[in-house]
Write a protein that binds this ligand. Structure first.
Ligand SMILES: [Mn+2]
Length: 467
């Protein structure tokens, strides 16, 4: 199954030179981003430094601004930034830190204390994640046992969104497969294939939305029974997707295909439903940790519940207390999301020509409002025909407003790029923003919210017209 992807020699050579400098350190502070990619990247580096007998501490941060950089500076240590830093190179330099940067975000400029795939013609959005870059550094120093975490990071950054991991990610995948830690399969890619009861996996499906099933638990149960699939295991607990045998899986997938075709869902959306899934073989069946996508969600939950260090412990092998705490965080995260969705479906959204939006004020926490906005499609609060913007108070600065924007694949195919829209419009109003085509964010002055909506609406017109 594995093809012979190769990583460009120039990148590997530079990583080797960079890594050798790390080998000589006595103690380091790893500073990483608070999402799944950042947490797994930090775990890969912590594991590496322990292997090299270098004293290591870590700090997981939501953002890297001058305030955070000054705090880091005060610790007086050699700092290894991962999954962040390339965009903050100037602040880091200004503060005269002893730094190393391992990142995959758009870099400002070249620096011999930084490795970043963009300088070698790679796209950090799809070819390799922050965790993947950390893995390449570890590999060049002889440590390869965390390849599976690099895949969790890549999936967490949605780098498999075209159906499979490619490019540098594929090389890492091939390492993991050779090590026997990961199995690759073409299968149904709906979220929750390991840990969720089958009918709930279908009811929560949002990518694609399945007409008549998404948001309809009872309908899902009837659908499963209509296929002659027993929804319960012998111990009477509900089956997960992974409990189905091959024939049941085939039956279910073709029935889903038929249903989507019947409802005129575009072909490319239907095809996205099946693709590569990555199973972590060392983890128990039906555990969130067994599937890369669910593993990433668990890490994101830890980050968003402001306990990234718990996620880190799980990545580093804790299957006792840390693992239990991580699952509790996932529960409370889901509870927060459920309340957010309930709030949104009660109050509804406003509509403009090219977008939906809602102002949550302080009613939905800014940490999860983007996720809630994205779930609005799956929960059928809005149809998938326009992007959605969500506004929440900045908890640290009452003068500022946080904006989260979400779209879906159908809209991306039409030319929507929310990252560009957030960056351009926020900049013109004295704020800052950016992100991916499908998920992006901005911070703007509170007084500019209405102009912001206006300008984004106009800009989306241009994106849709291909200007
Ligand atoms: Mn990342």
């Amino acid at each position: 199954m594995m093809d012979c992807e190769k990583i460009k020699k120039e990148l590997l050579d530079d990583i080797r030179i960079f890594s050798e400098k790390l080998r000589g350190q006595k103690e380091v502070l790893v500073v990483s981003h608070h999402d799944a990619d950042g947490i797994t990247a930090a775990a890969i580096l912590i594991d590496l430094f322990r292997f090299l007998d270098i004293d290591v501490e870590s700090m997981i941060s939501k953002q890297l601004d001058s305030k955070v950089v000054r705090e880091i500076k005060n610790q007086g240590k050699t700092v290894v930034f991962s999954d962040m830093g390339s965009g903050q190179l100037m602040i880091i330099r200004e503060n005269k830190l002893d730094y190393y940067i391992i990142d995959h975000h758009q870099p400002l400029k070249k620096d011999d204390r930084q490795v970043n795939p963009h300088f070698y013609g790679y796209d950090g959005g799809s070819d390799v994640s922050g965790a993947g870059m950390a893995y390449l550094v570890a590999k060049s120093l002889g440590r390869t046992d965390m390849a599976h975490l690099a895949l969790v990071g890549a999936v967490g950054d949605m780098q498999d969104s075209q159906g499979k991991l490619e490019s540098i990610n594929r090389v890492i995948l091939s390492d993991a497969v050779k090590q026997g830690s990961v199995k690759v399969k073409n299968d149904l890619r709906l979220f929750g294939r390991q840990s969720r009861p089958l009918h709930l996996m279908l009811a929560y499906a949002s990518d694609p939305i399945i007409p008549g099933l998404t948001g309809n638990q009872q309908g899902c149960m009837q659908f499963i029974e209509s296929l002659d699939i027993n929804p319960r295991r012998d111990d009477n607990n509900f089956k997960s997707y992974v409990d189905l045998d091959i024939n049941e899986r085939k039956k279910l997938i073709s029935a889903l295909y038929m249903r989507l075709l019947d409802f005129n869902v575009p072909e490319y959306l239907i095809q996205g439903m099946v693709g590569e899934v990555y199973t972590l073989l060392a983890e128990e069946k039906r555990s969130e940790l067994r599937d890369t996508k669910e593993y990433a969600t668990l890490m994101n939950a830890c980050g968003r519940q402001e306990k990234p260090e718990i996620g880190l412990r799980v990545c580093l092998g804790d299957r006792g207390l840390g693992w239990q705490q991580a699952r509790e965080l996932l529960q409370s995260h889901r509870e927060m999301l459920r309340k957010g969705i309930e709030y949104l479906s009660n109050r509804g959204v406003e509509e403009r020509k090219n977008l939906y939006y809602f102002k949550a004020g302080g009613d939905i926490n800014e940490r999860i409002i983007g996720v809630v906005a994205g779930m609005a499609y799956g929960a059928r609060i809005i149809p998938p025909d326009k992007p959605i913007l969500a506004f929440a108070e900045d908890r640290e600065d009452p003068e500022l407003m946080k904006v989260s924007a979400r779209a879906n694949w159908r809209l991306i195919n039409k030319g929507i790029h929310l990252g560009n829209a957030m960056r351009e419009v926020s900049k013109s109003l004295g704020g800052e923003g950016g992100g991916h085509d499908i998920a992006a964010g901005a911070t703007i002055p509170k007084t500019e919210v209405d102009s912001f909506i206006e300008l984004v609406d106009e800009l989306l017109d241009k994106q849709l017209a291909g200007i």
